[in-house]
Ligand binder design. Structure first.
Ligand code: NAD
Length: 296
């Protein structure tokens, strides 16, 4: 049994903390939302009074927070001055590479070990313990983090040094955003040319146009496996979260001086989709926006 502080018990963190408690760990949970705290208590976590209180005496600290500014604030205000040297820190939020590296550097200066370990998989995977973790940090930090991450996921992959987990996450999601848009506009064109979508799926999913966006997450209702398209584009991976990841990817591309024209276009289209109906929809719902908009 490990004593674990868990900060950030939202859509994702709530399920992840519950899985650590279910595995027999002593989980001291904290969130600024009372509702989130109550749910964590019902799921076997011990409720802490503050972030600082949660990390006192913890052998490991897991954070699952919205964005870089929240991560920086929690580590600077709560974690660094209250956790013991030697504590293992795991940030599972999706944030910018620069903040991930800066926070990890400060952790090392405080004598702590840190990994960035963003996830692939949504709320259902967080609740079911089937997330994929992409991990950045030293070999030593990774080996200490692995057993804890394995309690919350089905795959734990070491991507490289500090920040490499975030780099892998945003590169993967830039590719996903671009292939989803390409898949959506292709289905729209195919239908307008008189092709039956199921027939086009049967052909293209076995031909060179195949991708995960088509075969595993088809944006057309009634075609391929069951996806959010079959539920009016509810649930799944929310379009604003895809937009967040594309913005992080574009910031990283700017900093690295890399040309990513498809990523930039995907970001612009998701920005439009979120403004025009996609705020609460799955990211594959962009097929409807593309069908109706003649501006792009
Ligand atoms: P969420 O908004 O549901 O949860 C974040 C939680 O952090 C909230 O409960 C909030 O109250 C809490 N919080 C904020 N500031 C805090 C502070 N200072 N101290 C304590 N608690 C604080 O978000 P989520 O959907 O759980 O996503 C979390 C992270 O996971 C994000 O970085 C997101 O991009 C990433 N992610 C989400 C999904 C998804 O499908 N939801 C999938 C993959 C990755």
């Amino acid at each position: 049994m490990t004593t674990i502080a868990f900060i950030g018990l939202g859509n994702m963190g709530g399920g992840m903390a519950a899985n650590l408690a279910k595995a027999g760990h002593d989980v001291a949970a904290f969130d600024i939302s009372e509702d989130a705290l109550e749910a964590a208590k019902a799921n076997g976590c011990r409720i802490a009074e503050s972030g600082a209180d949660a990390v006192k005496g913890a052998e490991a600290v897991v954070t699952m927070l919205p964005a870089g500014k929240h991560v920086r604030a929690v580590y600077v205000d709560d974690v660094f001055d209250n956790a013991e040297p030697g504590t293992l820190l795991l940030d599972c939020s999706t944030i910018d590479v620069g903040t991930a590296r800066a926070v990890a550097e400060e952790a090392v200066a405080k004598g702590m070990l840190m990994v960035d370990a963003p996830v692939s998989g949504g709320i259902a995977a967080a609740a079911g313990g089937t997330l994929t973790f992409m991990v950045g940090g030293t070999e030593r930090a990774f080996e200490r983090a692995r057993p804890i991450l394995e309690e919350m996921g089905q795959a734990v992959i070491h991507a490289g040094d500090a920040g490499a987990g975030q780099a892998a996450k945003i590169c993967n999601n830039m590719l996903l955003g671009a292939t989803m848009i390409a898949t959506c506009e292709t289905f729209n064109l195919a239908q307008s040319l008189g092709l039956d979508p199921q027939t086009f799926f049967d052909i293209s999913s076995k031909a060179s146009g195949q991708s995960w966006s088509m075969t595993s997450y088809c944006p057309v209702p009634g075609v391929g496996p069951e996806t959010p398209a079959d539920h009016e584009y509810e649930g799944g991976f929310a379009a604003p979260l895809m937009l967040k990841d594309l913005k992080l990817a574009m910031e990283a591309a700017d900093e690295a001086g890399m040309r990513t024209p498809m990523g930039a276009k995907a970001r612009a289209l998701y920005e439009q989709y979120v403004k025009h109906g996609g705020q609460k929809k799955d990211f594959s719902g962009i097929i409807k926006y593309l069908e109706s908009s003649s501006t792009d």
